[in-house]
Design a protein around this ligand. Structure first.
Ligand code: 6PG
Length: 240
């Protein structure tokens, strides 16, 4: 068994990981019944099960879709109808969910990398409004993250400048560290930590290596995930 990150929960399989995350979100919505809820979504393949579960019969009726706002932790800088787009992946997974049009806040992908990075930062600020920024209220109620085989999270890759961004909420990533090798736009570690809860969903045997490297103290980007973090691992990833 791999020494696991602090605050890890081991679940039987990827479906159990998805269900545990769905339960966390449902409870979070119930605990805040009278205000908008901001969720930051992760991309890639791991969370697809969770998103389909949320839009499915077990959870669709339990979630307050009208006041749930969905943001993205990162995006491949491609058109939203591109197969590599996280917005497309989420829209497909949420196809049956009653999301009001203004509640899905995709990272823009129609200008230059710099323009779209600035546009997403401006959209976050507009959502929160000036007053909220002064109160230092967390940006998100829940942040969902994944773990790449190289130890990245969001689009914060080893050796890329964005991992060291300490002030901006959003950063451009001209060169991705793993496929798809397209430019990325990512939230930074300060933005990802600005949450009431952070869930890192890690499933499958392929993630044993990055988990082992984290356990050995390597300064991988995922080692820099902070805030109120819980790692939801399945047995395959945690080698148990
Ligand atoms: C992305 C994700 C990325 C992902 C990891 C794990 O845009 O690709 O945000 O950070 O979470 O690469 O990806 P898998 O879930 O596909 O293993």
């Amino acid at each position: 068994m791999i020494p696991l990150p602090t605050n890890s929960e081991i679940l039987a399989d990827s479906d159990a990981v998805a269900r545990a995350a769905a339960e966390r979100l449902t409870a979070l919505c119930a605990a805040a019944p009278d205000r908008p809820i901001a969720v930051c979504l992760s991309g890639g393949s791991t969370p697809k099960r969770l998103y389909a579960l949320l839009a499915g019969p077990d959870y669709r009726g339990a979630l307050p879709w009208a006041r749930l706002h969905w943001f993205f932790g990162d995006e491949r800088h491609v058109p939203w109808d591109d197969a590599a787009s996280n917005v497309r992946m989420v829209r497909d997974a949420f196809a049956d969910a009653p999301i009001p049009p203004g509640n899905l806040h995709g990272i823009p992908a129609n200008g230059s990398l710099a323009e779209d990075t600035a546009a997403y930062e401006a959209a976050l600020k507009a959502f929160y409004g000036a007053a909220a920024l002064d109160r230092n209220r967390p940006l998100f109620d829940l942040v969902l993250l994944g773990l790449g085989e190289d130890g990245h999270t969001a689009s914060l890759f080893p050796g890329k400048a964005a991992i060291d961004e300490a002030h901006a909420w959003v950063a451009p990533v001209p060169e991705a560290g793993l496929a798809p090798f397209v430019p990325r736009i990512t939230l930074t570690f300060p933005a990802l930590a600005s949450a009431h809860g952070v869930l890192v969903l890690v499933t499958g045997e392929a993630k044993r290596t990055p988990l082992q490297r984290l356990a050995e103290g390597e300064d991988l980007p995922a080692a820099r995930i902070t805030g109120p973090v819980t790692w939801l691992l399945d047995r395959a990833a945690s080698d148990t």
